[in-house]
Design a protein around this ligand. Sequence first.
Ligand code: SF4
Length: 303
Amino acid sequence: MDKFINRLSTTLFSHKTPSQQPTCSPALPLLFLEYFLRRFAVTYTTFAVLHPLVSSAAFTLVISQTYNIMNFSDNAMKINKNIFAINKLLEDAYHSPRLGNKKNPLNELLYIQLSLRTTGPSFGRVYAGFKRVFPRWEDVYEAPQKEIAKALFNAGLSNQKAANLKRILRRLKMDFGKVSLEPLRVYEDTTMEGYLCSLPGLGKKSARCIMLYSFDRKVFPVDAHCFRIVRRLGWIRPGTKYSDKVADRLQGMIPKELRYSLHVNMVAHGRAICSERFPKCNICPILKFSRYGQKHVLSKGKS
Ligand code: SF4
């Protein structure tokens, strides 16, 4: 390295301007090329030493991914077998409730955004209060962000939600010339989902809620209730974390005609019986299909 620096400084400062100021030599690019070639050689040697470790890590990764896929497809067969029965039992218990969701897609967008990190009755109240202050979306578009945040105060993260809302409305005005999501109605599912997911603060779950409730599309939003229930049913492995990929696979497993009823009834079931901390498995209508419930009830029966 010292040798390289010596050569670099000699080359750099070997040419002087008439005013005797050091200037850059034309040999500089060649020197840098040499330096990078040496670096490459070192990296290559390091790689050769690390190669067995890297390849065994890659092997482990491939095996775990394959296992994951196998696990999903194995469950997919079981789901196909039981899903209609589960849907029927949940439908009989909850009758596909509307859950306060909105027909107007922009209203639904607000409703869903308010529901993030807010509890049920509370975000319903905030929504109603917001609509009293701003009955028309044009009013929200014109209003200063501060006033929007004030109207959202009880929703939590009100400044962030107000900023996102403002940016969304500006984007709609720019794209469609009006503050409305109605122009999306002619889009096919993938394009619609892509557009909604590109709006500030909107993820796949929110996009699919808007598509399901306001555009009558046959999608399956995986919210916290649905995710908990499908995990307990054993449709996905116990330690699986939510991700867009998992949400896509779950949606792919559910027949289109069941997506609406299964989603709304699972939300109702999650609120009424299959809660996060204290699931009431002993009165659950789908106990016989639930891996978690079977284990939970059986272990209680034994003790
Ligand atoms: S049996 Fe228990 S864990 Fe399983 S779905 Fe029913 S309430 Fe949830």
